[in-house]
Design a protein around this ligand. Sequence first.
Ligand SMILES: C[S@@+](CC[C@H](N)C(=O)[O-])C[C@H]1O[C@@H](n2cnc3c(N)ncnc32)[C@H](O)[C@@H]1O
Length: 164
Amino acid sequence: MSRKNGMGAHQSAKMKNDEWLTPPAVLEKLGTFDLDPCSPIARPWNTARVHFSKEQDGLAQQWFGRVWCNPPYGKEASLWLEKLSNHNQGTALIFARTETDMFFRWVWRKASAVLFIQGRLYFYDVNGRVAPANSGAPSVLVAYGSRDKEILRMCGIPGKFIEL
Ligand SMILES: C[S@@+](CC[C@H](N)C(=O)[O-])C[C@H]1O[C@@H](n2cnc3c(N)ncnc32)[C@H](O)[C@@H]1O
């Protein structure tokens, strides 16, 4: 079977569509979050107790509690990682572009732990359907703060955990 790499565009800075959702199986392993500041306007499932969408502009809001952040793609992602690293309580899901300025600033220097996910994720659309192709790039979960570090350590998602 040839799986198209069409969703490789998912990880492109040129990608216009941000609406690729975290696989529910990943979220289930990470426990309960208080806030998802970057959520679709109409979401197929909850990812946290409280959600902000583009309508509220989650980047401009005050964040609280344990935050889940699978940020919009492209250069803008750095702003979300910066905000989460300052908040220092939560977990992010991003592409494992370990050489980038964003990764050095907000992951290597600020995060408490990372989990490089084994294999490629299949993201979901806003109707709750799984994408026909994988994400086209490796993904990493990034923990901020001691609680999220311990949750990531124990979560059981296949991959390589590294405490920072
Ligand atoms: C990669 S998706 C992740 C969705 C969801 N958080 C999840 O983990 O499944 C990024 C989401 O951010 C939303 N988004 C983009 N700009 C935003 C903004 N300024 N404020 C809040 N949400 C925004 C998009 O609509 C999209 O649903």
